[in-house]
Every structure is written in C-alpha cells, then in structure tokens.
Design a protein around this ligand. Structure first.
Ligand SMILES: [Cu+2]
Length: 175
C-alpha cells in the first residue's frame, strides 16, 4: 500500500491531477485562503468522498505551511455571531457519502503561516484519516474564490496581503 500511496502523491504532484485518493477516500477540489502574511492565519477547503463500505473520520491535518494546524468549524453562538471552534474529534465521512469542508463551515485552519501565501501558491497538507490513513493534498491559494454563502465571515479577521511576492512559493520552504 505504501507504494500505491507514493504513486498517487507523485502522480498528483507531477500531473496536477485535481483529486487525491487513497484507500477508498478521495479528496476533490482543494483550495486555500490566506488572511495575511507570515504569522497570519489561513484555511484549507475541499470535499472528501468515502468510496468504502465503512464510515471514516478525518482526525488530523498537518502542514509545514503553518506553525499549528487544526480542524475547525464555525458555529452560531445563538446571537447570529459565527465563532470558530476547534473540533478535536474531527469530521465523519459516511460510508458511500461525502463531507464538504467549506467557507462558513468546517475547515482546516492554518495558524501562524510560515510564509506569505499569494494566489496561485500551493499549500501541501497531510490529512490523517482514522481508517484510510494519510493523504497528502496540494491546495492552490485562491483568495478571490467565493464561498458557498454570502457571509461576511465575522469569525475571521479578513486581511488582504497584497504585494507579498510573485510567482511560485515553495510550500516546504518554511522548515
Ligand atoms: Cu478556523
């Protein structure tokens, strides 16, 4: 299985295949947003499809792009204010179903960016599943992308990091 995983990662990286798969779990349409430069926050979104016959669970995420990476969700505090919460137990992906991480909902939170992220930069994230194991994804930064809902994202401090370099960032340059 190790070989297969390496193959998928290598193929996905070299050919820019937009989906990442491993042991029945498939990740589609990944993208990232950055709320500023070095030390600021970012978030990564994607849809997880579970093609296996068993429920699975996303339990952790790791990335060299930030000092701390957590699984987060947004929750209405009862007064119409959206708050971000750490979800240590992770997100269930039902057997044969899917689970979307999207703006205003569940997301992978990048805390303390190790480098500024500009549109087009790739963020490498390792997703850890309870059953499927680890899946490495490459999420392009797309700050212009609209969320599924028209909301002002009051839980996040939105800042636009203009002028933070051009061209391709090295997602492994922050070691
Ligand atoms: Cu968050």
């Amino acid at each position: 299985m190790k070989l297969w995983k390496s193959f998928f990662v290598a193929a996905a990286t070299l050919l820019a295949v937009p989906a990442f798969a491993h042991d029945g779990v498939m990740i589609a349409d990944p993208y990232a947003r950055s709320m500023g430069g070095v030390g600021a926050s970012g978030a990564v979104f994607f849809t997880i499809m579970n093609h296996s016959a068993e429920d699975d669970r996303l339990i952790d995420a790791r990335s060299d792009a930030a000092q701390k990476v957590e699984l987060h969700t947004h929750k209405d505090d009862g007064n119409g204010v959206m708050q971000m919460l750490h979800v240590p137990e992770g997100f269930v992906i039902p057997a044969g179903g899917e689970h979307a991480l999207a703006r205003g909902g569940d997301h992978v939170m990048l805390m303390g960016l190790t480098e500024a992220l500009a549109d087009g930069d790739m963020v490498s994230v390792t997703l850890v599943f309870e059953k499927a194991g680890e899946v490495v994804i490459e999420a392009p930064v797309d700050n212009a992308r609209k969320g599924p809902m028209a909301m002002d994202h009051s839980g996040h401090e939105m800042q636009h990091g203009h002028g933070h370099g051009h061209g391709h960032g090295q997602t492994d340059a922050g070691n």
